[in-house]
Design a protein around this ligand. Structure first.
Ligand code: BGC
Length: 743
C-alpha cells in the first residue's frame, strides 16, 4: 500500500527538504557515487536523486522541446535526446516545431521496415538490425530510440502495419528481444511501443479498446513482455488509444499492475506524443515522462495551473510540469510519486552509461549498408514461382521491361514519424540496372501513377511485349492513407489501376514477374493466376533496390516467410468478419478474441491467399525423422523436438522450420494451432542438418483468467513441424503428464 497516497502532506514536507537542501557536489567530493561506474545501479540512482531539487526533478518528467528533456548542468546531466525509430534514426526537427532542423549531419541508414525484418524469421538478423540502429543513434547523440513497435497485426488495413512485427506474438517476441538487446548494447535505450492494444490508426487518439483478459495476455502483451523481461528494454511508450476506458499512457491496469507490478519493469514509461490527458491520472497511473503534448491539451492543462505565470512556456503547461508542481504543493500528490518517476528516468540514464563514457557510435558505414542489404534481402518473400520464372539470368536476357511507379519511387522518407532521411536509397530500377550492366537493354515505363494517367498502361503493355521479361514493380506507398501513421487503408486493393495493369502486362508477356513493394498485405485476386512469379519486397530501405535485384537474379536465394496471413478478401479477416473494426461509438470490441491472424483462418477453416509462415525458395527442402525427447533436467526443456531438414535442390538456401502446437482437449477453447518455435537453417545443395527445438512449459500453456495465470494442462499435444502454418511435414504427439499453473 502506498502510504503517501493516504497521508499526502508528510511526503510533501520531505519534498520541501529536498527543495531546500539538495545534496550539492561538495568541493572535496572527488567522485560522487552516481558517477562511479563500479557502484551498484540502485545506489547510483539514489545518490543522484538525493542531489536534485524539486525543479530539477520536475524537469526530468516532461519534455523541454519536441524530443528532449532539460539538462541539469551542475550535475553533469546533459539534455536527453529521443528519436524515432523504428527502422533508422529520424532526421532532426525543431526544437519547438515539427519543421525539419535542416541539419546536414542527420542522414542515416534506412533499414527495411520492421515487417520486413519479421519476414526474415531470423533473430540474428534482428540483432544485426538493432546494432545498426544503436550505433547510428549513438553517433547522432540520441539517448532513447523510439522503437521498435510490437503491436500485433489485428487488421491488415492498419496504417502502421509496416512498423510492427506481424500477427503472431511468438514470432514478434523472438524478434524483438534481439533487436532491443542490440540497440541497448550501444548505450542507447530502446523504447518499445505502443503499449498496448494500439492496432488501428482510425480514431487512434480516442478509441476505447475492449477485449477479454485472455486475449490480452495471449495475443497483445507477449511481445511487450519479452521485450521488457528478456530484452531488458529500458523504456516503454504508452499508446494513444484507451484500454478499458482509460487512456493507455495513464492506464492503471496496463502500467501499474501488469508492466511495473507483474513484470517488474524498472525502466521508464513515456507518453506517445500528445498521449497525456490528465495530471492526476498521469501522476498515479504510472506515466514517468510526458512527451509531445500539443496545444489543445496544453490549454486544458493550463487551467489547472493558474499560477504558472501569464505566459508559461509550452512545456511548463505540460500535465507533468506546472500542474504537477501545484498539485505537489497543495498536497494532492505525494513527493514519492514524483520520486518514483525521477528514479526511473535516472535509472535509464545510468543503465545506458550516460555518465560512464559511451561509445561514439558510427553513421552510414559500409557495414551498416551491408547489414541493410542483407536483412532486406533475407526478408523478401517469394510468393509464387511457376515454371522457374525466377531467378532471372541476366546473361540470357536481351531486354527487360521494368514497369510500375514503385520501380523508381523512394519510400524511406515516408511513414510520418517513421521517416528516415536516408543518405541514399537504391530504388528497384537502379538495383536491376546495376545487376544486369550494359549487356541487357532495360526499359522503364511507369504503368500507373499515383495521380492517375490512363494511357500509361498501353505504353507499359507495349514495352512488356517487346521484352524478354516484364517486371511490374507496384504495391503501395509509404504515405497516408496507405502504409502510414495517422490513417488506415480503406481496403486491400492495389490502387491506381494496378490490377488492370498487371493483368494486361501478363497477357502481353508470359514471363511477367510481379513485385509488390508495400508494408502490408495487398489483394491479388484479380491477377494472381496470370502472373507466373510474385515477390513481396516490403519497403527495403537504403539498399532495397539492390536487395530486390539480388533475389530476382538469384544471388540471394529467397528465404523470407510471411509474418502475417494474406487474406483473399477483407471480409475474411477476423476483425472485419466480426464487424468490429474500427468500432462503434468510439469503442472497439475485439470480439474475435484469440483468433487473430492464422489462429482465425485455421480455426474457422477459411482459405487465405497465402498463409502465415509461407514463402518459397529457389531450392527444395525435405523434412524427416521427427523424434520427441522428453526433458529430465529440473529447469530444462520439457520436450525437445528433433528432426532433419535437407536441401534437395541444386542451390544453397535457407529454410525456416516452424513448430506449431495443438492441444487435444483443452479445458478452455484454444486455437487450432499456435507457433511455439522456429529455426532458420542454412543448407548447401544436398546437405542435411539436424534441427532441435526445445520447448518449456510455456509452449503448452494458455492463460486462464479464472486463475490469473498460465496453465499447462496434462493432455496430449500434437507438435507439427513444417514449412508454413499450412504446410505440415512432420508431426508427433507429446503427452504432458501434469497440470501446472505459472506466470
Ligand atoms: C507516434 C510515435 C512516435 C512519436 C514521436 C507519434 O505520433 O505515434 O510512434 O514515436 O509520434 O514522433
Amino acid at each position: 500500500m502506498n502510504l503517501a497516497r493516504i497521508v499526502p502532506i508528510a511526503p510533501w514536507l520531505l519534498g520541501m527538504c529536498a527543495v531546500s537542501f539538495p545534496r550539492p557536489l561538495a568541493a572535496a567530493e572527488t567522485r560522487p557515487a552516481y558517477l562511479d561506474p563500479a557502484a551498484p545501479l540502485e545506489s547510483r540512482v539514489e545518490d543522484l536523486l538525493g542531489r536534485l531539487t524539486l525543479e530539477e526533478k520536475l524537469s526530468l518528467v516532461h519534455a523541454d522541446s519536441k524530443f528532449t528533456t532539460a539538462a541539469i548542468p551542475r550535475l553533469g546531466i546533459p539534455r536527453r535526446w529521443m528519436s524515432d525509430g523504428p527502422h533508422g534514426v529520424r532526421e532532426d526537427v525543431g526544437p519547438d516545431t515539427w519543421n525539419v532542423a535542416g541539419h546536414t549531419d542527420d542522414f542515416a541508414t534506412c533499414m527495411p521496415v520492421l515487417i520486413g525484418l519479421a519476414a526474415t524469421w531470423n533473430p540474428d538478423a534482428a540483432r544485426a538490425y538493432g546494432d545498426v540502429i544503436g550505433e547510428e543513434a549513438r553517433r547522432r547523440g540520441k539517448d532513447i530510440m523510439l522503437g521498435p513497435g510490437v503491436n500485433i497485426q489485428r487488421t491488415p488495413l492498419n496504417g502502421r502495419t509496416s512498423e510492427y512485427l506481424g500477427e503472431d506474438p511468438f514470432l514478434a517476441s523472438r524478434m524483438v528481444v534481439n533487436y532491443v538487446r542490440a540497440v541497448q548494447s550501444h548505450g542507447v535505450a530502446s523504447c518499445v511501443k505502443h503499449f498496448a492494444a494500439n492496432n488501428q490508426e482510425t480514431q487512434r487518439a480516442s478509441v476505447d479498446v475492449e477485449m477479454d483478459e485472455r486475449t490480452l495476455r495471449e495475443i497483445y502483451l507477449p511481445a511487450f513482455r519479452a521485450a521488457v523481461q528478456e530484452g531488458g528494454a529500458w523504456a516503454v511508450m504508452g499508446a494513444y488509444n484507451k484500454f478499458r476506458g482509460q487512456f493507455c499512457c495513464e492506464n492503471d491496469t496496463l502500467i501499474n499492475h501488469v508492466l511495473k507490478g507483474e513484470w517488474g519493469f524498472q525502466g521508464l514509461v513515456m507518453s506517445d506524443w500528445g498521449g497525456t490527458h490528465d495530471t492526476r491520472e498521469a501522476v498515479f497511473n504510472g506515466l514517468d515522462l510526458e512527451m509531445g503534448t500539443e496545444r489543445g491539451a496544453r490549454d486544458r492543462a493550463k487551467k489547472s495551473a493558474p499560477e504558472a505565470g501569464s505566459d508559461p512556456s509550452p512545456y511548463e503547461r505540460y500535465y507533468l510540469a506546472g500542474a504537477f508542481r501545484e498539485g505537489l504543493k497543495r498536497g494532492e500528490f505525494p513527493l514519492s510519486a514524483l520520486d518514483d518517476k525521477v528514479r526511473r528516468n535516472l535509472r535509464v540514464m545510468i543503465a545506458t552509461r550516460l555518465f560512464d563514457g559511451r561509445e561514439e557510435g558510427a553513421l552510414n558505414t559500409a557495414a551498416h549498408q551491408k547489414a541493410a542489404r542483407s536483412v532486406a534481402g533475407e526478408g523478401i518473400v517469394l510468393l509464387k514461382n511457376e515454371g522457374g520464372a525466377l531467378p532471372l539470368r541476366a546473361d540470357k536476357l536481351n531486354a527487360i521491361a521494368v514497369i510500375g511507379e514503385n520501380a523508381v519511387r523512394l519510400h524511406a522518407y515516408g511513414g510520418d514519424s517513421a521517416r528516415i532521411k536516408a543518405l541514399y536509397e537504391v530504388n528497384p530500377l537502379e538495383g536491376i540496372l546495376r545487376k544486369v550492366g550494359a549487356r541487357t537493354n532495360v526499359t522503364y515505363s511507369p504503368g500507373y501513377r499515383k495521380d492517375g494517367a490512363p494511357d500509361l498502361i498501353d505504353k507499359a503493355v507495349a514495352a512488356a511485349r517487346a521484352a524478354d521479361v516484364a517486371i511490374v514493380i507496384g504495391g503501395l506507398i509509404h504515405e497516408r492513407p496507405f502504409d502510414c501513421e495517422g490513417a488506415d487503408r480503406s481496403d486491400l486493393r492495389l490502387p491506381w489501376g494496378q490490377d488492370e495493369l498487371i493483368r494486361r502486362v501478363a497477357a502481353a508477356n508470359p514471363h511477367t514477374i510481379v513485385v509488390i513493394v508495400s508494408g502490408s498485405p495487398v489483394g491479388m485476386g484479380d491477377w494472381l493466376d496470370r502472373a507466373p512469379a510474385v515477390v513481396q519486397a516490403w519497403y527495403g530501405g537504403t539498399e532495397g533496390g539492390n536487395s530486390l535485384a539480388d533475389v530476382l537474379f538469384g544471388e540471394v536465394n529467397p528465404s523470407g516467410k510471411l509474418p502475417c496471413t494474406y487474406p483473399r478478401r477483407i471480409e475474411d479477416t477476423p476483425a472485419h468478419a466480426m464487424d468490429e473494426y474500427p468500432g462503434k461509438n468510439g469503442v472497439v470490441h475485439y470480439a474475435e478474441g484469440l483468433l487473430v491472424g492464422y489462429r482465425w483462418y485455421d480455426t474457422k477453416r477459411i482459405e487465405p491467399l497465402f498463409p502465415f509462415g509461407y514463402g518459397l525458395s529457389y531450392t527444395k527442402f525435405e523434412y524427416s525423422g521427427l523424434t520427441l525427447v522428453s526433458g529430465t533436467a529440473p529447469n530444462g526443456p520439457i520436450v525437445t523436438v528433433e528432426f532433419q531438414v535437407a536441401n534437395t535442390g541444386d542451390r544453397a538456401g535457407a529454410e525456416v522450420a516452424q513448430l506449431y502446437v495443438h492441444q487435444a482437449k483443452p479445458s478452455l477453447p484454444r486455437p487450432l494451432k499456435e507457433l511455439k518455435g522456429f529455426r532458420k537453417v542454412m543448407l548447401n545443395p544436398g546437405e542435411k542438418k539436424a534441427v532441435s527445438i526445445a520447448l518449456d512449459r510455456s509452449a503448452f500453456a494458455y492463460y486462464d483468467p479464472a486463475r490469473s495465470g498460465w496453465v499447462a494442462e496434462a493432455d496430449d499435444f500434437t507438435l507439427q513441424v513444417g514449412s508454413s502454418s499450412r504446410d505440415t511435414r512432420l508431426q508427433g504427439v507429446f503427452r504432458l503428464g501434469e497440470t501446472t499453473l505459472g506466470n
